[in-house]
Design a binder for this molecule. Structure first.
Ligand code: NOJ
Length: 575
């Protein structure tokens, strides 16, 4: 079934690092407002804002202290309403990040909950007495905080509370009907204001396993340079989660024309279908971690295998997402491409790959400029909890500090959180003050102003892809079939929709390849198309040729080549 959100390209804005309008070093809502022309020029349909609610900012806003107010660092509720209006009047939509698994310990619910065992808000959170003088179970917190436990002892009432993330982010108790009512009401308040949907944080973790049993894989003492591993499966996809999401759908989501995308770690395609199958009426699509957040770099064959499995979700009337980075991952060109010699080619190839796969496309701020990972010299330069927590755990267990830092650099979430690079002026044009996180020193070369005019422009390539998605429903809705599944380097697939047929050819690596026969045959099929002169880097061009000649719609190299596929080359043909 057609839906606006299936066709959409979503632009993710990490407000804190996007644009600072008042010189305090922190991006804000007015900063986004100032950049709306730029955002609109990308052609994107939806803006997703990471959490901007009132928060002590322990986890960059994922620790919410008030769900119905904007953090003063980002502006006011009035600023937010003005932004929402402006976004709507430009024909775009806006979705909020919604965090239902935990709050900040500074949320008044938790302040009440802590007061006494019979406080009416006690059961908004998960409190347990200790066991044999120790924590209630052996779970570890995901941020490697303190001694690693997911439980924090509270002197006042002599019990522990559960926090899967930071001790300043207590987990909520979704078995409590009053909490559910309050949350439904709160979400409706945003939707009534005109918000167009939610990105639901850690949504498959809301229901905890009955009895909170020990994990069969407790956090082990640090092993090797990777430190210990926390078992994140204990709270994922537990019985009751589907009933809960269906209830939220009935009471909230289904009453509005919105999109709901869930963040779901520990989910593969077989599990995902139950969350996103249309007739189940839970949520619309999920972010899986198999590519972008896989700690092991996927190769071309694994990428294809994962896409095949997830396409099956679409075939079963569910919907999927396409993304290669977000605020929790490295920069995509540094991870999957080559951020040196082939920065343009590989960033463009990755963009083309995403926009021509079935699913809703998500572009994280700065990817459209080909921004890269950062290489800070010291742990002091890093900010985010996970990297800092893991670093200290490793160093305390005897790992050499340099080795510890080096091992964490590639996956650090700060890679993507450095300020947006607008121009080559001081602080990349992000702020007139001192930015909350250091700017990537390569801003003098890589920035939006430069990308506007550069000969090889990742930005213009994105604009083209996004406008093509608007013009060609095949990109969202076409069937998807890979050819040469076992080719270790090339990713080649056919899309088909209402009599139209496209062939996409991508080289996932930096070598040159001959076009395999099967693909060549498909192109030859399209009659005696002569070698192309086309494939304009930034303008779709048509191959001259016979009536049935395949048409080269887009390519990231200047001169079209038929037989060889160059490093990170990507082409779209209409057959
Ligand atoms: C997932 C978010 O994307 C991440 O940034 C955050 O730290 C955790 N959930 C906790 O809310």
């Amino acid at each position: 079934m057609k839906k606006w959100w299936k066709e959409a390209v979503v632009y993710q804005i990490y407000t804190k690092s996007f644009c600072d309008s008042n010189g305090d070093g922190i991006g804000d809502l007015r900063g986004i407002m100032e950049k709306l022309d730029y955002i609109q020029s990308l052609g994107v349909d939806v803006l997703w804002l990471n959490p901007i609610y009132r928060s002590p900012d322990v986890d960059n806003g994922y620790d919410i202290a008030d769900y119905q107010d904007i953090d003063p660092r980002y502006g006011t509720l009035e600023d937010f309403k003005a932004l929402l209006d402006a976004v709507h009047s430009r024909g775009m939509r806006l979705i909020m990040d919604m965090v239902l698994n935990h709050t900040s310990d500074e949320h008044w619910w938790f302040q009440e909950s802590k007061k006494s065992k019979d406080n009416p808000y006690r059961d908004y959170y998960i409190w347990r007495p200790g066991k044999d003088g120790k924590e209630p179970n052996n779970w570890g917190n995901y941020f490697y905080e303190g001694r690693g436990s997911a439980w924090e002892y509270d002197e006042a009432t002599g019990e522990y509370y559960l926090h899967n993330y930071s001790r300043k982010m207590p987990d909520l108790n979704w078995d409590n009907p009053r909490l559910k009512d309050d949350m439904c009401q709160m979400m409706r308040w945003w939707l009534d204001m005109g918000v167009d949907g939610f990105r639901m944080d850690a949504i498959n973790r809301l229901v905890k396993p009955k009895g909170l049993p020990d994990s069969p894989n407790p956090p082990t003492p640090p092993v090797g340079i990777y430190g210990y591993v926390v078992d994140r499966t204990m709270c994922a996809n537990r019985p009751g989660i589907h009933e809960l999401l269906h209830e939220l759908n009935e009471r909230v989501f289904s009453r509005y024309d919105i999109m709901v995308v869930g963040e779901t770690g520990n989910v593969d395609a077989a599990i995902a279908i139950d969350y996103v199958k249309e007739e189940r009426r839970e949520i619309d699509m999920v972010f899986h971690f198999e590519i972008a957040k896989n700690p092991v770099l996927v190769n071309a064959q694994q990428f294809k295998e994962i896409q095949r499995r997830w396409y099956h979700v679409v075939e079963q009337h569910g919907w999927i997402t396409q993304y290669l980075s977000n605020h929790d991952t490295p920069r995509q060109v540094s991870r999957f491409g080559n951020d040196g010699e082939y920065r343009y080619e590989s960033a463009a190839m990755l963009a083309l790959l995403m926009h021509t796969h079935p699913g809703t496309v998500y572009v994280y701020q700065g990817e459209e400029l080909g921004m890269t990972n950062v290489d800070f010299p010291s742990i002091e330069d890093y900010n985010e909890k996970y990297t800092v927590g893991k670093y200290h755990t490793m160093v305390e267990s005897g790992v050499d500090p340099k080795e510890a830092l080096d091992s964490l650099k590639m996956m650090s979430r700060d890679n993507v959180r450095t300020p947006m690079q607008w121009n080559d002026r001081d602080q990349a044009g992000f702020t007139t003050g001192k930015p909350w996180l250091r700017v990537n020193p390569n801003y003098t070369r890589i920035n939006a102003a430069e990308e506007e005019t550069a000969e090889k422009s990742v930005l213009r390539f994105y604009r083209q892809l996004i406008s093509m998605r608007k013009a060609h429903p095949i990109m969202a809705y076409g069937t998807y079939r890979q050819i040469l599944e076992d080719d270790p380097e090339l990713i080649i697939y056919l899309r088909e929709w209402e009599g139209e047929r496209w062939l996409v050819v991508c080289n996932f690596y930096g070598n040159t390849r001959r076009l395999p026969e099967e693909a060549a045959a498909l192109l030859a099929d399209g009659a005696n198309a002569p070698q192309t002169e086309a494939g304009g880097k930034n303008a779709p061009q048509t191959e001259a040729g016979g009536e049935n000649a395949p048409e080269l719609l887009l390519c990231n190299y200047e001169t079209g080549e038929r037989e060889t596929i160059r490093p990170y080359e990507a082409r779209i043909y209409r057959l």
